[in-house]
Write a protein that binds this ligand. Sequence first.
Ligand SMILES: NC(=O)C1=CN([C@@H]2O[C@H](COP(=O)(O)OP(=O)(O)OC[C@H]3O[C@@H](n4cnc5c(N)ncnc54)[C@H](OP(=O)(O)O)[C@@H]3O)[C@@H](O)[C@H]2O)C=CC1
Ligand SMILES: O=C(O)C1=N[C@H](C(=O)O)C[C@H](O)C1
Length: 252
Amino acid sequence: MTQLTPVAVLGASGRMGSEAVKAIRNSPDLTLVAALGRQDPLEELIAAGAQVVVDLTVPESTERNVAFAVEHGLHAVVGTTGWDEKRVAGLRTLLGANPGVGVLIAPNFALGSVLATAFAARAARYFESVELIELHHPDKVDAPSGTAERTAALIAEARRDARMPGSPDATQSARDGARGCDVDGIRVHSVRLRGLVAHQEVLFGGVGEQLTIRHDSFHRESFMPGVLLGIRQVGSHPGLTVGLDGYLDLQA
Ligand SMILES: NC(=O)C1=CN([C@@H]2O[C@H](COP(=O)(O)OP(=O)(O)OC[C@H]3O[C@@H](n4cnc5c(N)ncnc54)[C@H](OP(=O)(O)O)[C@@H]3O)[C@@H](O)[C@H]2O)C=CC1
Ligand SMILES: O=C(O)C1=N[C@H](C(=O)O)C[C@H](O)C1
């Protein structure tokens, strides 16, 4: 008989957490052993015998949740935003002291979004101008989105490698926020609108042409194949992986 992987979800009653609970329950190779919320002690993860913890909480709690998992030898699949460079560096150190434990931090679990970000990174060196627009539901607590931060960082890296200057911009005066925020030298604009779920456009401009790379998540089900892929693979990838693309062969 094949062993089922025992999985716990943190943030289980949230928008993403409740969808993940459903997806895990519907997976014949996984068993949901804990579904925790803000009030529940993390020790329940151990008592429940979880092997993989899925963190879909809030930026203030994710670092502590993941540290607890790693220190107790549990693999973690993390969708929560807020993982800046300092936090990532701290987690790498912690993982160094806990060899064999795997953590996946995936700013976006939707396969189309992962591809859109990869395509944008590839296109980055060919266009003089680039700006990014991310559009989300109005209940989102952070801006810009984690996906936009990562996409901008990868575009900026590709442009630096190609020794490109910043996007041309003659603006001399602007109202606060009119030009969006600066992520690694890339302008990112955040829209919050009832009815939206999660959307992103990367706009590349060259002389007489524009390339737009757009991805839309219309429902949180779109994230679930990526969440399940992460749960199934995290144990085979010790150390830290940032981005679901780390588990995919995007060159094929
Ligand atoms: N990687 C990806 O593909 C995606 C990532 N996200 C990210 O996932 C995160 C969650 O998003 P979303 O589901 O929309 O948010 P919600 O606000 O709907 O859910 C967050 C949940 O976390 C719970 N929570 C808060 N603090 C803790 C804690 N200390 N321990 C355990 N649970 C806690 C909340 O409980 P309570 O109700 O009690 O406050 C709530 O149920 C965000 O950072 C978002 O950006 C979202 C979509 C896709
Ligand atoms: O809060 C959300 O909804 C989302 N958060 C993630 C992000 O910040 O990029 C992923 C997706 O965009 C949905």
